[in-house]
Ligand binder design. Structure first.
Ligand code: GA4
Length: 329
């Protein structure tokens, strides 16, 4: 009999909390306040009544499902991930590994149309579904950002959203598939057993805002406190999970939290997720907003361009705290 060895995940503290669920159809100033509170306390929240049609979501999910159910050789035609394209287990360029396969896509129309030829046997259908989804999800991200700016009393409320709306925005779409892991294999290779359960290792998202959709299977965990992991209950079909990225933490002078999270793999069912990462153009300069720095105090982070921050991101491993390198104090 093979006895599964204990793994770091089982000895970590796991605590349960419920993330705020914010109804975007509620009264505007109320929604705005709740969003700011959620960004400050959790860096993560769920939104309902977001206005994205079931049809738009369904079409995108179907395309994602169809791609991942293809034979491996066909999927590989959309790879290797450079970092864009199809990748399996390898994440980034610095040796990170996870039990995941994915498609990382740029979001400009030309890239989508071009890449779809290696992804789908019906490239037009794929492009149509992705472009429709992107249009809706970008608007949702911008609406959430505008609403938060209102309660932060930022004079120009489109200060975050215009970065994402820039024609040269470097936003990304990531389709993930976490196949179930086989616990029986785990006992044989204790040294690597940790990786068998980690779908996507702990990290913060470098961009401004992330909007995640997943297929009602648990797996996402967040860490508000070092070493304590909190499972995020799989959201119902009607919700999206939203999180603050590093750039938003920098622009709000640390008031909003870009929180560490990871995806773990279960032993019974595939998890699929679709993540939109709202980002500025590479030349955009990111600095803290003046009204968020107390008088006679320095901002927490020096200003930098997204190109510079992204270079740093790709020169490091997933788990590094990239923002720390830009700290002033
Ligand atoms: C984490 C968030 C997004 O998935 C991503 C990831 C990127 C990649 O997979 O190519 C990175 C990772 C992410 C942060 C550190 C670097 C870059 C892998 C990696 C080891 C697309 C992103 O923008 O940063």
């Amino acid at each position: 009999m093979v006895v599964a060895s204990p793994t770091p995940i089982r000895i970590e503290k796991i605590r349960d909390i419920e993330l705020p669920i914010i109804d975007l159809l509620a009264e505007r100033s109320q929604v705005s306040k709740l969003l700011v509170k959620a960004c400050e306390e959790f860096g993560f929240f769920k939104v309902i009544n977001h206005g994205i049609s079931d049809d738009t979501i369904k079409k995108m999910e179907e395309e994602s499902f169809q791609f991942f159910t293809k034979p491996a050789l066909e999927k590989q035609q959309a790879g290797p991930a450079d970092p864009y394209g199809y990748g399996s287990k390898n994440i980034g360029f610095n040796g990170d590994i996870g039990e995941v396969e994915y498609l990382l896509l740029r979001t400009d129309s030309l890239s989508i149309s071009h890449k779809s030829k290696t992804i789908s046997s019906d490239p037009n259908k794929f492009s149509f579904a992705v472009k429709g989804y992107l249009e809706s999800i970008k608007n949702l991200a911008c609406e959430i950002l505008d609403l938060t700016a209102e309660s932060l009393l930022i004079p120009e409320t489109s200060v975050f959203s215009r970065l994402i709306r820039d024609v040269d925005s470097d936003s990304l779409l990531r389709l993930n598939h976490y196949p179930p892991f086989n616990p029986k294999n785990d006992g044989d290779t204790p040294a690597t057993s940790f990786h068998h359960q980690i779908g996507f290792g702990e990290h913060t998202d470098p961009q401004i805002l992330t909007i995640l959709r997943s297929n009602c299977i648990e797996g996402l965990q967040i860490s508000l406190e070092e070493g304590v992991w909190v499972p995020v209950s799989p959201h119902p079909n009607t919700a999206f999970c939203v999180n603050v990225g590093d750039l938003l933490q920098a622009m709000t002078n640390g008031r909003f939290l870009s929180v560490r999270h990871r995806a773990v793999v279960n032993s019974y069912m595939s998890r699929m997720s679709i993540a939109y990462f709202g980002a500025p153009s590479p030349r955009a300069r990111i600095s803290c907003l003046p009204n968020l720095v107390a008088t006679q105090k320095l901002p927490l982070y020096r200003s930098f361009t997204w190109a510079e921050f992204k270079r740093t991101t790709y020169s490091q491993q997933l788990k590094e705290s990239r923002l720390d390198l830009f700290k002033m104090i």
